[in-house]
Design a protein around this ligand. Structure first.
Ligand SMILES: C[S@@+](CC[C@H](N)C(=O)[O-])C[C@H]1O[C@@H](n2cnc3c(N)ncnc32)[C@H](O)[C@@H]1O
Length: 276
């Protein structure tokens, strides 16, 4: 596992130190073994007081604990809702740094659906997109940058959805939707493309939910999903995907294995064209 690094910037002495989990600095090295991660603090002791250091380290420990504990959820909608209701406030700060997948999944979707064999309209603004497990809407700005202004978001957690609403990137937002169970009729067959980032994750969405994403999509539309390699290793995601193809629901156009995702690990990106 790569070592997360604490980086304390030089700041004027009357302001708060900024912190980040990456970077390099000179000075003393503090190593902490916490939540299966080693945190190495490199600190310029001339600029940062002991008190400030303790505060920053506490925040970073909390950040790693939040990410680590999320991977230990048990797919129970009540525990997931409760977990994310508490995390919603600091989620973006905790995950944003080094979260390469946000941009990558939007760009992948864009590249595929704009190619000729997708037969979708070429004007991004005219396509209906849905971000499933959108959380706080961290992916909304990448979609908007590519011209996708007609984007809905779906999530189990009302608190995460409330944050997504504040982002201003979504047209309709639906909280309290569990995609492990059959969809409401208003969500069936309405989207040109579905993106789903960081949600097929251990303890979160079950592999069978992939079929729900196909159901949301119009014929010839796209479904683009990220999975951590360990999710595929420990679930029957691959079999669910194979069965969907065998049943004629969708065609797997590409699977980008071990592509960049976060700075603590890679992911597979699955790109489907819906046929059903
Ligand atoms: C790790 S967050 C990812 C959020 C966002 N896509 C991102 O990349 O930052 C996982 C999200 O999936 C949502 N989620 C988990 N299980 C779900 C389910 N069964 N149905 C719908 N959303 C679910 C959680 O509420 C949470 O917002």
């Amino acid at each position: 596992m790569p070592l997360p690094r604490v980086f304390l910037y030089n700041k004027p002495s009357n302001s708060e130190p900024e912190y980040s989990c990456r970077g390099l600095f000179f000075g003393k090295v503090y190593a902490l073994f916490i939540h299966r991660a080693i945190i190495v603090c490199e600190v310029n002791t001339l600029q940062v007081s002991n008190h400030q250091l303790k505060r920053v380290v506490k925040l970073i420990i909390q950040r790693h604990a939040n990410i680590g504990s999320a991977l230990e959820l048990d797919s129970d909608p009540v525990s997931i809702t409760s977990y994310y209701s508490k995390w919603a406030e600091t989620y973006d700060k905790d995950v944003i740094e080094g979260y390469i997948g946000i941009k990558l999944i939007s760009e992948l979707m864009h590249r595929y659906i704009q190619s000729d064999d997708w037969q979708l309209a070429k004007d991004p603004a005219s396509l209906n997109i849905v971000d499933v497990g959108c959380g706080t809407g961290i992916g909304g700005s990448s979609l908007a940058e590519l011209g996708y202004t007609n984007v809905d978001g779906i999530d189990l957690s009302p608190e995460m959805i409330a944050k997504a609403r504040q982002s201003g990137f979504y047209t309709n937002l639906y909280g309290g939707i569990n995609i492990n169970v059959p969809l409401a009729a208003n969500l069936v067959g309405v989207y040109d493309a579905v993106v789903c980032l960081g949600t097929f994750t251990p303890g979160h969405v079950l592999p069978e939910a992939l079929n729900q994403l196909f159901q949301m999509t119009r014929s010839h539309g796209a479904v683009v999903v990220s999975t951590r390699p360990e999710y595929c290793d420990t679930t029957d995601f691959q079999q669910v995907s194979d069965s969907a193809e065998a049943d004629g629901l969708a065609v797997l156009k590409h699977c980008h294995k071990d592509a960049p995702y976060r700075d603590d690990g890679n992911a597979h990106y699955w790109v489907y064209q819906v046929t059903g």
